[in-house]
Design a protein around this ligand. Structure first.
Ligand SMILES: CC(C)(COP(=O)(O)OP(=O)(O)OC[C@H]1O[C@@H](n2cnc3c(N)ncnc32)[C@H](O)[C@@H]1OP(=O)(O)O)[C@@H](O)C(=O)NCCC(=O)NCCS
Length: 171
């Protein structure tokens, strides 16, 4: 997985252990960067611990900078349909946002899924999250649904999907 470095020298996305992104998960939690669902009954990092902390088939990815410092993460979950993968919590450290790193990270995930023979990627975020929606839309994800009042602040949950045949390649 080296596409990130082509456009952002020194940045690399790689598969990793959940423990490698704990510091960033805590940053996300501390800065309330990820908006919980009403149905979540614990702080964000506890939810992520439960879901991604070592379960078979779940994969964590870390984005590192030129000094090998973790600056972002994303996660994937297998779906019941074996050729579908969901993208889970996705995060770029605050000072590095808006430079195209989130988009590069998702483009690398698309390539990762394509190499594994996947047909479809799914993702959910909250309705007012322009940055996340812009990121997934920019790489070809299509809006599929909005479920109102599902987040702790009353925000909605929006879902997107990408048929891998329609993905933006390169860029
Ligand atoms: C969502 C997030 C991962 C995106 O990463 P990023 O590096 O900031 O995004 P990029 O710079 O790659 O931008 C990707 C696209 O989204 C758009 N975008 C980024 N930030 C935006 C904003 N605040 N408002 C509107 N559009 C925005 C960009 O214009 C770009 O589209 P373009 O290439 O067509 O111009 C990052 O902002 C983040 O960590 N946010 C907090 C956590 C979060 O909300 N995670 C997602 C929910 S799981």
């Amino acid at each position: 997985m080296s596409h990130v470095s082509e456009h952002h020298p020194g940045y690399t996305l790689r598969e990793c252990a959940y423990a490698d992104v704990l510091g960033l998960v805590e940053e996300a939690d501390r800065t309330e960067a990820l908006l919980q669902r009403r149905s979540d009954d614990a702080p964000f990092h506890r939810i992520v611990d439960q879901v991604y902390g070592g379960h078979h088939g779940y994969q964590v990815f870390v984005l590192t900078d030129a000094s090998s410092r973790p600056v972002g993460f994303t996660m994937t979950l297998p779906e019941a349909d074996a050729r579908t993968v969901s993208i889970g919590p996705t995060f770029i450290s605050r000072s590095l946002r808006g430079k195209g790193l989130g988009k590069r990270m998702i483009l690398d995930i698309i390539e990762w899924a394509r190499v594994r023979g996947m047909a479809r990627l799914l993702v959910a975020t909250w309705g007012s999250n322009r940055a996340a929606r812009g990121t997934f839309e920019a790489v070809g994800f299509r809006f599929t649904d909005e479920e109102l009042n599902t987040r702790v602040n009353g925000d909605s949950t929006v879902t997107y999907e990408l048929a891998l045949a329609n993905a933006v390649v390169g860029n």
